[in-house]
Ligand binder design. Structure first.
Ligand SMILES: [Zn+2]
Length: 295
């Protein structure tokens, strides 16, 4: 197994008229996965979703789906939880039609409560959401709570790992740009990347941590709020750098899924990430020519 790479949604240079053409285009770029975007709502028809799934399987492209942004697991209002559950079920329905393996969900916002109070609510909500997904027959779809970029959002790494602790099927979506932005640039470089992966391994065990889901892009931040905007790899004012993460993942022999969320260049930047990772693996193989590195 090795890491997989691909874009979030359709890049600015995607030449197709509809997302149905995305899997073949992504395969042509030598990428591996495609994250279908339902951030503004789940509006894909069953016919389109099934056709996208058929084309992705034909092209050998793995699919994941980003659930609506307005999901808030930390809202204590039962009516809002019913709505959140409905959005997640709709996302799972679309993922099921497509044959997508993973659905990424945002953790929520603090709503002026303490982080612990928000986390307690989100854990309880997620427990109920999982029950609803199981009852609806979506138990095989992996929900991936995401680390968020703004400081007043629930979803630092510890909080996402705590959410994932309530059911062993949950896999974190670690957005390294978000973690970088919400720590005002602290989570960057080799020691930080090793620290993040170590913490995941401690919380989830090696086998589950090794399959983590991920978003990656450079992100501009402000000193008060955290995330401001996603950038491209051609912009160098902000991080994080991918190379230390590629080295750490290659050295561990882990097989995460990396979705690039660069602003418009997410397909070419995903390819740059894949090349950085392949180069890291090649260096490791050279250092251990007798094949005792396990991939
Ligand atoms: Zn997201």
């Amino acid at each position: 197994m090795s890491a997989r790479f691909g874009p979030a949604g359709n890049a600015a240079d995607f030449p197709g008229k509809s997302s149905l053409e995305a899997p073949a285009w992504i395969r042509g770029l030598s990428l591996d996965v495609y994250e279908y975007q339902c951030g503004k709502g789940v509006n894909v028809s069953e016919k389109t979703a099934r056709e996208l799934g058929r084309r992705a399987r034909a092209a050998g492209i793995g699919l994941s789906l980003h659930a609506p942004y307005f999901i808030n697991l930390a809202n204590p209002d039962p009516e809002r939880l019913a709505k959140t559950t409905g959005y997640i079920l709709a996302a799972c329905q679309a993922a099921d039609w497509m044959g997508a393996e993973r659905v990424v969900i945002h953790s929520g916002s603090l709503m002026k409560r303490t982080r612990q109070a928000a986390l307690d609510t989100a854990q309880e909500s997620l427990h109920r959401v999982l029950g609803a997904c199981d009852a609806a027959g979506y138990g095989a779809i992996t929900l991936c709570p995401e680390t968020m970029g703004k400081i007043n959002q629930l979803g630092d790494l510890d909080e996402v790992l705590a959410l994932c602790s309530i059911d062993e099927r949950l896999i974190p979506c670690v957005d390294f740009g978000h973690l970088y932005a919400r720590t005002l640039g602290k989570l960057d470089g080799e020691a930080a990347m090793e620290g993040i992966l170590d913490k995941m391994a401690r919380a989830l065990g090696d086998a589950r941590a090794a399959r983590f889901h991920s978003h990656f892009s450079k992100i501009e931040f402000s000193p008060h709020g955290g995330e401001v905007r996603h950038l491209t790899f051609r912009q160098h004012d902000y991080g994080p750098a991918f190379e230390p993460l590629a080295n750490a993942v290659a050295r561990r022999g882990w097989s995460p899924t990396f979705i690039c969320e660069s602003a418009g260049t997410q397909a070419q930047d995903a390819l740059a990430m894949k090349q950085t990772y392949e180069a890291a693996r090649a260096v490791l193989l050279e250092q251990q020519p007798h094949g005792d590195v396990l991939f």
